[in-house]
Design a protein around this ligand. Structure first.
Ligand SMILES: [Zn+2]
Length: 376
């Protein structure tokens, strides 16, 4: 893999390249954008280029394009994950801090991780390359203490140091952090490119179209769902059941649906655990719950589309009759209200709220709206 092979992020990489060609690459970047669009891949490849002893520069029509050589000692060590001047900082490292042994992985990125794996390290000069590069994942989870500690480094970074923060929610970062970083935005990947990737990987076209639309531009997430599908987790089957049960939602049926969603989330989290050993069990469960809530949101969004823009493709095009049945019971305003509540639920889930309560709340409200719509 090299910088050139990062998928569909030409615009963001172009911005990085122009800064480098002008002789002023930033000391600190924020790569901002949704999960799964290539922020980490780009950061890793950008680090490999900055550390490479023999960078290759192509003079293309759109300006020079620099990439790592892939064969020097630095590039080889990056490949094996043992470069002394590169560090990937993420919240699960808490377990490896002095005080952190045996601690449960917290929801936020703790100051001990930032202190021991970044701040204490930047003071020493690079040993192999001319630079040191730190990539911080999930920077939106940096708590107030961590952000303040990081700010001190960003205020006066050593000249050899590059820090890249990967962030899905810029509003979570202090203005003083943002003002000291170059913000590079990563956009969603087009759905048709995602479909191509998924079908090339052997997924059926019906499943590929659904996952691509559900992913809303997150290629990484869509690829993980496709892997789960191939591993027999049955996510696509779960979504078909969920949409079908929404179509004839009754108040009395809500607790049963919530039970089934929670069971499904457990099954998905176990399957995900087999693919992703680095992420904690509680985070995987939360990720599975997010997926199921996204499925709910998309079904409600489809209802709104059915009412107001019938020529637009549905996310659940494979279950158009069920969406039409649900649209017979929910008006466009009620569907949009449900979508809004669904997004609010996703935020609560990030804040560690009780997912059973928030799911029940959403479904009770929806079923009440459906009953009132049927009576009026
Ligand atoms: Zn190299």
């Amino acid at each position: 893999m090299s910088l050139r092979e990062v998928f569909c992020q030409d615009r963001a990489i172009g911005i990085l390249q122009r800064g480098l060609a002008a002789g002023r690459p930033a000391h600190a970047y924020i790569f901002a954008g949704p999960d799964g669009v290539g922020k980490y891949k780009t950061a890793h490849q950008w680090a490999r280029l900055l550390l490479c002893a023999n960078p290759q520069i192509d003079q293309g029509a759109e300006g020079p394009f620099a990439d790592s050589c892939g064969s020097c000692e630095s590039c080889t060590l990056m490949e094996t994950g043992s470069h002394p001047d590169y560090a990937h900082v993420y919240k699960e490292l808490l377990e490896y801090t002095k005080e952190g042994r045996g601690k449960k992985t917290p929801v936020d990125l703790a100051i001990d991780v930032i202190r021991e794996f970044l701040i204490d390290q930047v003071a020493t000069r690079p040993t192999l390359s001319k630079r040191k590069v730190y990539v911080v994942s999930e920077a939106q989870k940096l708590n107030a203490n961590s952000q303040n500690a990081l700010l001190k480094v960003l205020e006066e970074p050593p000249s050899y140091c590059t820090i890249i923060l990967l962030c899905t929610r810029l509003e979570q970062l202090l203005p003083t952090i943002k003002s000291r970083c170059q913000i590079v935005r990563f956009g969603p990947v087009e759905a048709r490119r995602i479909v191509d990737q998924l079908t090339a990987g052997g997924l059926g076209s019906r499943e590929a179209v659904f996952f691509a639309r559900l992913a809303q531009g997150s290629l990484g997430l869509a690829c993980q769902w496709a892997r789960l599908e191939r591993d027999g987790v049955g996510l696509y089957g779960m979504k078909k059941n969920l949409v079908a049960s929404l179509a004839d939602l009754q108040l009395a049926g809500v607790p049963g649906i919530v039970d089934r969603i929670q069971e499904a989330a457990k099954g998905i989290a176990v399957g995900w655990g087999n693919l992703d050993k680095a992420t904690s069990k509680s985070d995987l469960t939360r990720r599975a719950q997010r997926t199921l809530i996204q499925i709910l949101i998309c079904a409600l969004y489809d209802v709104a589309i059915h009412h107001v823009a019938a020529d637009r493709p549905l996310v659940n095009a494979d279950q158009a009759p069920q969406i039409a049945a649900l649209a017979g019971r929910l008006g466009p305003e009620q569907a949009i209200e449900g979508v809004r509540e669904g997004y609010e639920m996703l935020r609560w889930l990030d804040d560690n709220a009780n997912e059973r309560l928030i799911l029940e709340r959403l479904l009770f409200r929806l079923s009440r709206s459906a009953i009132m719509a049927a009576q009026s």
